[in-house]
Design a binder for this molecule. Sequence first.
Ligand code: ADP
Length: 491
Amino acid sequence: MRVLLVTPEAYPLAKTGGLGDFSAGLIKALARLGVDARILMPAYPEALAQIRETAAIQDIIALPHGGLAALWYGAMPDSGLPLWLVDVPALFDRPGGLYQDLQGRDWADNGVRFGTLSYVGSELAQGFMRHEWVPDIVHLNDWQAAMTAVFLRLSGNAAPPTLFTIHNMAFQGLFPRETLEQLELPDRLFTPTEIEYYGNVSYLKAGLLYADRLVTVSPTYAREVLAAEFGFGFDGLLRERVPDLLGILNGIDDEVWDPSRDDLIVEPYDVDSLDKKRACKSNLRYIFNLDPDDDRPVISFVSRLTHQKMADVLEDLIPLLIDRGAQVTVVGRGEPEIQSKLITLQTRYAGSLGVEVGYNEELAHRAIAGSDMLLAPARFEPCGLTQMYAMRYGTLPIVTNVGGLAETVIDASPETVRHGTATGFLAQERSLEGLSWACLRALSYYTVPGAWRSIQRTAMASDFSWTRSARQYLTLYKTLVGGIGSPPMAD
Ligand code: ADP
């Protein structure tokens, strides 16, 4: 089975969030199942730098807008698995983020940038390259890869089936009508029954319409997106595609996120040496200049600072938590207003609050290892990975009862603690009140060491490894290759 995974991110080459972890974790797990899965992603400078030494340019491709793309073939730096990078310096070699400039504004040409990635994906899928490898399945991820399905369908050639994983319905890839012309796509696509969405082209809509199968990153989210609240305008379209829609819960990379062999933390530990977690906690306090008071619980927030992740609520929640004796650390970046409010708050609560505005992989590991609780709420959450990382590190998650969060965290109650099934704390309401209540419950369990240790043990024993999810993807690939009309499993 040959799978081409078209994606804008893959850890450690380039990552802004869970999609980067997903791409790397899935191909590793598929490789273990004997699947030849290869990533195709843009040659961002940081990605190219990590593979260039051992890679070679395998092809030069003429692009619809007149430019040329060099196709680098190389290996992932950690797993050694093969991949391609699409090198178009005018589109991908620039200072700033993957999608935004240094000021946090979306690159104006994102439509052409990721349309180009998708075009190259379609060329590879049709076997137009100078090498032998042709995929059996083309697996697309988010709006950045979605147009591959359109290019393939319009080519009129026999092409492998496509599967589209939706990592977040809120990211819709909206671009002006001219983008179609820039990609040499017909203007007739610009209608509401095609890929127009209220005056723009929507790449997300293109994926939802043109891919053969649709997957969301948790079964709960697959149900939620059928309603207006979570469908972000596409719930109607998704309801029409229910027979082709499936939820597969993401796994986590248990080599990268393993407290017993994590090089990024100061003291490795496991479920039998949980006392060593204290060294990680001291280190976290040291990094953030927090008062060295061993009795105080540390609650961390490691996430994008956005409305989705309820980061706007932190301003009111943090003082409350500190008032109840906790120390808090925040590692994140996102909406400028939230960032500046948190920085101001840090001055007021020096010794009790540490804030790092930015993207810092090492600090993310240290915060998750060094805290007692991870605050990982969301107003909507397709899957969420950090709550699963936290559980693996014996750091109990405090989350909202939505999407993948609801599916992965078992709320602590007298009953679940007694039965040894509790793994964290769920807020029923997605509001300041709901979250405060869940945090206060967590803080009160923290004062009962026996109960706390028991929840930690259960959390650390939870199995979120990729193997199960990769098997589900493999079953789906096989169904698609076999041309069977209905999805392989219902959730
Ligand atoms: P999403 O993809 O919606 O942002 P997930 O929980 O699925 O949320 O994945 C987030 C990933 O990004 C995790 O690996 C998390 O550790 C990482 N992450 C988020 N913010 C930061 C940050 N500021 N620094 C380092 N890693 C971060």
